[in-house]
Ligand binder design. Structure first.
Ligand code: PMP
Ligand code: GLN
Length: 380
């Protein structure tokens, strides 16, 4: 069969996790916590199953959960949100991303993707017979090159994808970035897909600059998040999209035939959790900032050079003082010989830069971070 996605193989996250298992390495590669979701949430899930929440929920999501999402969006970002027409629950952020693209991007359209980029955007664009226009972020901060972005917008540009806090770099957008973006798009019909799955992991007192905070941008945005990140339950695959009614209506057309609905018991459990412990997500930045600082202190004894981490749960490191080889070679060597799985950066780029960077996940128990850092210290 002639592949529709000839350049796509297995994602780097699956590849590195499998290698980590085979090599019995400490897995700091794929982004997932090695600790459990809150007890209340686990109990609520068991109760939802016992209580018979086991048949199809409403396709757009359980009402109680959509109401909690709307409430949270208003409380955090000052956006008045209608759970009936503006909130859709999806099977992870991944499904929301695919559905938003499939619903609005036509053959021949252009979608601007900022490199490095999370790996599910480009295949979703190419499956629509549209073109991903990839534009590098400016190193070392991985900030937007505004002139280059302005130049990349053409009459064919249908969508711009942004991701803050950013995977893999941890970069975050500022309020000034949002104003510049609004000015740039003002006279266009370009849509925004805003991947905000790390919205509750922003450090050093900064605020998460959701598109939902900015009415002009919110009016053209699919704002997508994931409970997997916020409640340490990446395997439950429950995400959501907040978007104006006209955009939500289009997204739901795809969602209803892609999955129809998402896992019902988890939706009931999450609705209960959001209502009972609204402080959980407010405490998450401090929780992960502490992990970041602990991990960085542990890595100070290694030859790795640490990049700043304003948000998210990944630490980028420059390994060039250890070996001057490309990142694929280095990460293979690291997992096999040193027993630490990391994620190389080149799969996130169309044209990988010369830099010698890899990504380490610090959403891990302290013992895991300590054991990983001890192995990395042996690189000295
Ligand atoms: N976007 C980004 C930037 C991510 O890092 C992830 C998950 N690792 C996703 C989307 C997908 O989230 P989910 O697991 O909820 O589908
Ligand atoms: N988003 C996670 C990461 O960046 C992994 C998710 C996945 O494996 N698809 O590592």
């Amino acid at each position: 069969i002639e592949s529709k996605l000839p350049q796509v193989g297995t994602t780097i996250f699956s590849v590195m996790s499998q290698l980590a298992q085979e090599c019995e390495a400490i897995n700091l590669g794929q982004g997932f916590p090695d600790f459990e979701p809150p007890a209340r949430l686990r109990e609520a899930l068991a109760r939802a199953v016992a209580d018979g929440r086991n048949q199809y929920p409403p396709g757009i999501g359980v009402a109680a959960l959509r109401e909690q999402i709307a409430y949270k969006t208003e409380a955090l970002y000052g956006r008045s949100t209608d759970p009936g027409t503006e909130v859709t629950v999806t099977s992870g952020a991944t499904e929301a991303i695919f559905a938003a693209i499939a619903a609005t991007v036509r053959a021949g359209d252009e979608v601007i993707v900022l490199d490095p980029a999370y790996d599910c955007y480009v295949p979703a664009i190419e499956l629509q017979n549209a073109r991903a226009v990839r534009m590098p972020l400016l190193q070392p901060e991985f900030s937007i090159d505004w002139q280059r972005l302005a130049d990349a917008i053409t009459p064919r540009t249908r969508m711009l994808i942004v991701n803050s806090p950013h995977n893999p770099t941890g970069a975050v957008l500022t309020a000034d970035d949002l104003d510049r973006l609004a000015a740039l798009l003002r006279d266009t019909s370009v849509l925004i897909l805003s991947d905000e799955v790390y919205e509750h992991m922003v450090f050093d007192g900064a605020l998460h600059q959701s598109m939902s905070r900015h009415p002009e941008l919110a009016a053209r945005s699919f704002v997508i998040s994931s409970f997997g990140k916020t409640y340490h339950c990446t395997g439950w695959k429950i995400g959501y999209c907040v978007a104006p009614p006209a955009l939500t209506a289009e997204l739901r057309k795809v969602h209803q035939y892609l999955t129809f609905a998402s896992f019902a018991p988890a939706q009931w459990a999450l609705a209960e959790m959001l209502e009972a412990e609204p402080e959980h997500h407010l405490e998450l930045s401090a929780f992960y900032q502490d992990k970041r600082d602990r991990f960085r202190a542990l890595l100070a004894d290694t030859p790795l050079v640490l990049q700043d981490v304003p948000g998210g749960y990944f630490q980028l490191v420059d390994y060039s003082a250890v070996r001057d080889v490309d990142d694929a070679t280095f990460s293979q060597w690291l997992v096999r010989e040193v027993g630490v799985a990391a994620v190389p950066l080149s799969p996130f780029f169309e044209t990988p830069p010369e830099s010698r960077l890899m990504r380490l996940c610090f959403a891990k128990n302290d013992a895991t971070l300590e054991a990983g850092a001890a192995r990395l210290a042996a690189l000295n």
